[in-house]
Design a binder for this molecule. Structure first.
Ligand code: ADP
Length: 351
């Protein structure tokens, strides 16, 4: 187990800056999610940590030691990539034990550790099967066991669950988190799925065009994104744009949205509000110093299971408001309404 530190790492492929001055700490024993759109540099950062590629500049330390001159196989890293090919002709146990065999671990010890790994991923009794005799989820567990069995200091997972269907993916997310907690290995996983990152990670780093945009806990990033990109990347959000004034943000239509109590955030040209923070009411809510209230005009509600995403025209903007289906009966499908939210829930954003 070890902390990984990346400092000022840049790497270009021709004119493409795959990584642009990235500095990030991956704390010891934590599950860290790297999130970003396709091509933002996530895989490249994993490959730099693993040692498959060397950065043009910057440094990487694992457990406090610089690894510039340490080859891949000496970095004590466990890996599971998107196309985690198992050896088709080997049994599950032989697949898992392969890395130990290469390291010349004695056969009794090897057997014991493979048994432990099978227990950990809950595949007891399936060690004698061939990969084609397993389900997709079980194969994924074998790949994970294989990555962990050598007791690496760091575990790197590149889109580990993207090949699974939705239900299985959610099940494996829970499993992955349990296993990571149990072994306590510093883990970095790459995903382009914001929900997966928010569910799994202790901390998240968001990459865009090779640069780190923001890093923090899922809660922090979701509720306190620094800019428009991060806010929208982590979920639905309504953007109110205007002119920053001392008291609040002046919208083009004249309304003033008061600033939330965030020190030093009073000059941002955008306020973001998440749909689940907003309330629709037919009667005007009572004025209150902690409430933002705007007139709106109902557009159609959109059903999506237990909740409905309603559209309300507010200040020239088609706002999304999340409403429980049980509360939908009280809301008209057209006509004037009021939209309100707690001022503290407005998020000041850079463009
Ligand atoms: P992500 O994992 O976020 O999808 P990558 O790290 O794979 O992004 O890629 C970042 C950028 O670097 C992309 O523009 C990609 O096309 C480019 N890139 C990655 N690997 C190579 C390579 N081996 N040769 C040339 N360009 C590459």
């Amino acid at each position: 187990m070890a902390e990984v530190k990346v400092r000022n790492v840049s790497l270009a492929y021709g004119a493409t800056k795959a990584l642009d001055d990235v500095s990030l700490d991956f704390p010891d024993g934590e599950l860290f999610g790297l999130l970003g759109p396709s091509g933002s540099g996530k895989t490249t950062l994993l490959r730099v940590i693993a040692g498959f590629v060397y950065p043009d500049s910057g440094s990487v330390t694992i457990g406090g030691e610089p690894v510039e001159r340490v080859p891949v196989e000496k970095r004590e890293i466990g890996m599971m990539f998107q196309s985690y090919a198992l050896f088709p002709n080997m049994t599950v146990a032989d697949n898992i034990g392969f890395g130990l065999k290469v390291r010349r671990v004695a056969s009794q010890e090897l057997k014991r550790r493979v048994g432990e790994a099978l227990d950990l991923v809950q595949l007891q009794g399936l060690g004698g099967r061939k990969p084609h005799e397993l389900s997709g989820g079980q194969r994924q567990r074998v790949a994970l066991a294989r990555a962990i069995v050598t007791r690496p200091r760091v575990l790197l997972l590149d889109e580990p669950l993207s090949a699974l269907d939705k239900a299985l993916r959610v099940e494996m997310q829970v499993e992955l988190k349990r296993i990571q907690r149990e072994v306590g290995i510093t883990t970095v996983f790459v995903t382009h799925d914001q929900e997966e990152a928010l569910t799994l990670s202790d901390r998240i780093g968001i990459l865009r065009a090779g640069a780190l945009v923001q890093a923090g806990s899922p809660r922090d990033l979701y509720h306190r994104p620094s800019d428009r990109f991060t806010a929208s990347f982590l979920g639905e959000v309504n953007f109110f744009e205007g002119k920053p004034e001392r008291e609040g943000l002046r919208l083009a239509g004249g309304a003033l949205l008061p600033w939330p109590m965030v020190p030093g955030e009073h000059a941002k040209p955008i306020l973001g509000v998440r749909p689940e923070e907003m309330t629709i009411s037919v009667v005007q809510p009572e004025k209150s110093s902690d409430l933002c209230i705007l007139r709106g005009e109902m557009a159609e509600p959109v059903f999506s299971g237990p909740t409905a995403m309603c559209r309300v025209r507010v200040e020239g903007l088609l706002c999304k408001v999340l409403v429980k289906n049980s509360e939908l009966a009280a809301i008209p499908s057209s006509g004037p309404v009021w939209v309100s939210w707690r001022i503290a829930r407005s998020m000041p954003l850079a463009p």
